[in-house]
Write a protein that binds this ligand. Structure first.
Ligand SMILES: Cc1ncc(COP(=O)(O)O)c(C=O)c1O
Length: 504
């Protein structure tokens, strides 16, 4: 397959702006005359109106359409090709979810409308939280958090509130985290004021139980864990882990980023977890990444229910309502009901899949990952350092260390070269415990042909690393942007996040 991205020299839309150019004529009104006349019946009272026009680019409709079409041609997305970004679950998201979420009946709702006018959306949110309760086994769900990391932060606040209510917060200041964990886990715990204690991984890819037992003490506030973990391995000792933490008086937090692997098979509740977040923007119909909106609802067991962030969507037998009257709540973590358009996509996805469909998601995502892992391993080109019984769950982590030593080609070079063949890079250099890591999550939505394309291309690129290492090290060639200066892109001195920032 040949792949070539468009290459436009595209200015930012503010640079396209020409004074006085118009793309849209809003309906005229007699608003101004009524203001001048002091009309008291104005929809937006004068004192609440903007005094100056918003700073928007002045462009025509066709300029806007071309601008964004060109940008999209310079991008790679799930809709362009296979996107095996491990831990991110970049699966195909059914378009029906977008279509319904964009319907005017939903889009035109305002969060400040009276509850009597928003019963429909409240009912949807209530049902969604019930479904998520069922999927996770948690007693109650709050839909507020806007991302996985945000859910973790809210969860860490709940852990802190729980120990505060027990009068133990000054004593319990440590959260245990495996060395395979996603960086957001320790970051969230630290933001809430906890110290983080790292627990190592053993050769089987699971948490070192002995090290865990040694680390646990009266200072333990809890443990944060994803299962399957970021190596794609199911923590088979999870019940023992749960007993160790609970006997020490701590709480068990489930990072639900890898929920795809267990759908319909098991639930965090049965594994002994007390708090859970779910990345709706991975498992349930919204693409992850790119900084777009997400949703990371959190759920808790009965004992922690009162601590959830407000508001919760409730039903009193006659009407749905937002419950703010929760004195022990950790408070509010997001505006209004949360990211409703993302919540809605998840709801539509759940209804369209049904329970059998969700179980098939779990099974196929694991089957596909094993197909890829086994073929790569058998090829002898890539090592899989943590590969017990030659089985994984929904993803696998291969190491490029041998290729690096023999050719000088790194994991990042291979990732970039895959783009030349229309394949998005796997997650690169994560988890940190695998040298030269490529983390591959093919997801359940890819066909056998696509999986074969991925494996064959990876094998071909490994061969190319030996025959022409220079070629691989300078890749990609077919994308609109080749290698970026990653230090400059992320250094606080030179980072440019907005068109308003000084360009250097
Ligand atoms: C294992 C794991 N945990 C947590 C997160 C954080 O989720 P989010 O990106 O929604 O903040 C991620 C994100 O990729 C992840 O892979």
């Amino acid at each position: 397959m040949t792949y070539r991205q468009a290459k436009w020299t595209e200015p930012i839309i503010f640079e396209l702006s020409k004074k006085g150019r118009i793309g849209h004529n809003p309906p005229t009104s007699d608003q101004r005359e009524r203001e001048v006349a002091g009309d008291p019946g104005l929809l937006v009272p004068y004192e609440l109106q903007r005094r100056s026009p918003p700073n928007l680019p002045e462009v025509s409709e066709i300029e806007v359409v071309r601008h964004y079409t060109r940008l999209s041609q310079q991008n790679f997305g799930v809709d362009s090709g296979i996107y095996p970004l491990g831990s991110c679950t970049m699966k195909y998201n059914p378009k029906i979810c977008d279509r319904i979420a964009a319907s005017t009946k939903i889009r035109d709702l305002h969060p400040l409308q009276d509850g009597s006018l928003t019963q429909g959306i409240l009912e949807i949110l209530y049902e969604l939280s019930e479904y998520l309760s069922e999927i996770t086994g948690m007693q109650k769900i709050s839909l507020q958090p806007a991302a996985g990391a945000h859910g973790e932060f809210a969860g860490a606040l709940i852990i802190r509130a729980y120990h505060s209510h027990n009068g133990e917060i000054n004593k319990r200041d440590e959260i245990l985290i495996p060395d395979s964990a996603h960086g957001t886990n320790p970051a969230s715990a630290a933001m809430v004021g906890f110290k983080t204690i790292v627990i190592p991984t053993v050769d089987s890819g699971c948490l070192d139980i002995d090290a865990l037992k040694n680390a646990v003490n009266e200072r333990t506030a809890g443990l944060m864990l994803t299962n399957p973990n970021t190596l794609g391995i199911f923590e088979k000792n999870i019940l023992e882990v749960s007993t160790v933490i609970h006997e020490a008086g701590g709480l068990l937090y489930y990072d639900g980023a890898n929920m795809n692997a267990i759908l319909g098979k098991t639930r965090p509740r049965e594994m002994g977890f007390d708090i859970v977040h779910i990345n709706l923007h991975k498992t349930f119909a919204t693409p992850h990444g790119g900084g777009g909106p997400g949703a990371g609802p959190i759920g808790v067991v009965e004992e922690l229910e009162e601590l959830l962030p407000v508001p919760l969507v409730e039903y009193d037998g006659e009407k749905y309502f937002l419950d703010y009257d929760r004195p022990r709540s950790i408070g509010k973590v997001k505006g209004f009901y949360g990211n409703v358009a993302i919540l809605l996509r998840a709801y539509i996805y759940l209804l369209s899949m049904g329970s059998d469909g969700l179980e098939a998601v779990g099974e196929l995502s694991v089957l596909n990952a094993n197909y890829v892992a086994r073929k790569l391993w058998k090829s002898g080109k890539y090592a899989i350092p943590y590969y017990p019984n030659k089985l994984v769950k929904h993803e696998c982590v291969v190491s490029v260390e041998k290729i690096l030593q023999e050719t000088g080609v790194r994991a990042s070079d291979i990732s970039k070269r895959l783009l030349d063949y229309g394949i998005h890079s796997p997650t690169t250099y994560f988890p940190l415990i695998v040298n030269e890591a490529l983390m591959i999550e093919p997801t359940e939505t890819e066909s056998k042909e696509q999986l074969d394309l991925l494996v064959d291309t990876m094998i071909g690129v490994a061969d190319e690393a030996y025959s022409n290492p220079e070629q691989v090290r300078k890749a990609p060639y077919s994308t609109s942007v080749s290698r970026i200066d990653e230090v400059r892109a992320s250094h606080p001195e030179t980072m440019c996040l907005s068109w308003k920032m000084k360009r250097r």
